[in-house]
Write a protein that binds this ligand. Structure first.
Ligand code: SF4
Length: 327
């Protein structure tokens, strides 16, 4: 591991000032992803700004929203009474992520900023445009079993690994950010980027911008929700495909719907057209199959991940059935 400067400010402004405009500075909180990346030489920051002393771990109701501080731990949020009551989909997604030990260390802000688990990204002997722009993409013609079926480019076909983010994009969350130019709010769907020609950029955050909280508006999705995660072993594995499904059902008619997928794109993949196809329909398996067909339009596989073209629609149908409690 390279040498680096380490600072631990106690004020938000001091943390942002300490970051400065240096491209090789990183904020660190739980460190559950960044430390691995540093040990492997994938990321080599020259300065770490430890934000653990900032007062950013509160979970509060505020004007029709639930505000969750960026330093709230994944395990705390998953078990929080208001999360369980108001946004059970988020609790389910968080509980599906990582291991109990990691959930006790990982923060909400860090969870959304974790980096892809593409094997070539972690192997510094292999080409990777995300790690080293212009070096090529080892996965394109390599072993691409975990990789994207939507939204990829010829520069990068990696997928975003967070479960929590799939629920947050489905729930229309907003990310609160503070930076050298002041505060701003980013709709969750605009936080992460598609790879395009700049796969080295995972998000639309500017240098020195710090995520301070995430805000989730009240919604009617308190009952008929399900987070389905398909993975290679029962725990502590990243999703091959995941689905966040939330339905508002009255008299077996779907009044509103939210649907997003993980493990299929460089960002949490919201399925707005499929959501529209559900509204006003009976909550039946036939309706869910139709939505899955809509959701899969434009999907394309690579040599080793064609199984996702079947797994993804089947997962959507299953998640919607579970959410609606349809046998
Ligand atoms: Fe790197 Fe993306 Fe290619 Fe993986 S898919 S090797 S992360 S450029």
């Amino acid at each position: 591991m390279n040498q680096f400067q380490y600072v631990r400010p106690t004020k938000q402004k001091a943390a942002i000032d300490a970051f400065g405009r240096e491209a090789d500075t990183q904020f660190i909180a739980g460190g559950t992803n960044l430390l691995d990346l540093m040990k492997r030489g994938v990321m080599n920051p020259t300065k770490l700004v430890d934000i653990n002393r900032l007062p950013l771990d509160r979970i509060d109701r505020d004007k029709g929203t639930l505000l969750i501080g960026a330093l709230a731990l994944n395990s705390t949020v998953a078990e929080h009474p208001q999360v369980r009551q108001l946004h059970p989909l988020l609790g389910q997604a968080l509980s599906a992520g990582a291991s109990a030990q990691l959930r006790n260390m990982a923060t909400v802000g860090g969870n959304m900023l974790q980096r892809t688990r593409c094997y070539y990204f972690y192997d510094t002997a292999m080409p990777c445009n995300k790690r080293e722009p212009g070096s090529g993409c080892g996965a394109l013609e390599g072993y691409n079993r975990m990789h994207a079926i939507f939204g990829f480019s010829d520069k990068c076909i990696a997928v975003h690994p967070s479960d929590m983010s799939v629920a947050l994009v489905a729930l229309d969350a907003t990310v609160l950010v503070s930076g050298p130019k002041g505060d701003r709010r980013i709709p969750f769907g605009g936080l992460h980027r598609l790879p395009g020609d700049t796969p080295q950029r995972d998000t639309n955050l500017e240098p020195g911008e710090l995520i301070t909280a995430v805000s989730i508006p009240d919604n009617p999705f308190t009952k008929n929700v399900h987070y389905l995660k398909v993975r290679e072993r029962a725990s502590y594995a990243f999703a091959l495909v995941s689905v966040a499904a939330a339905l508002h059902i009255e008299n077996n008619v779907i009044r509103d719907a939210r649907l997003a997928m993980g493990g299929v794109a460089h960002k949490p993949w919201r399925l707005t057209e499929a959501e529209k196809s559900l509204i006003g329909k009976l909550a039946t398996e036939a309706t869910f199959r139709q939505a899955a067909d809509v959701a899969m339009q434009g999907a394309r596989a690579f040599k080793h991940n064609a199984y996702k073209l079947k797994m993804a629609p089947n997962s959507i149908i299953q998640a919607l059935k579970q959410a609606a409690a349809v046998a």
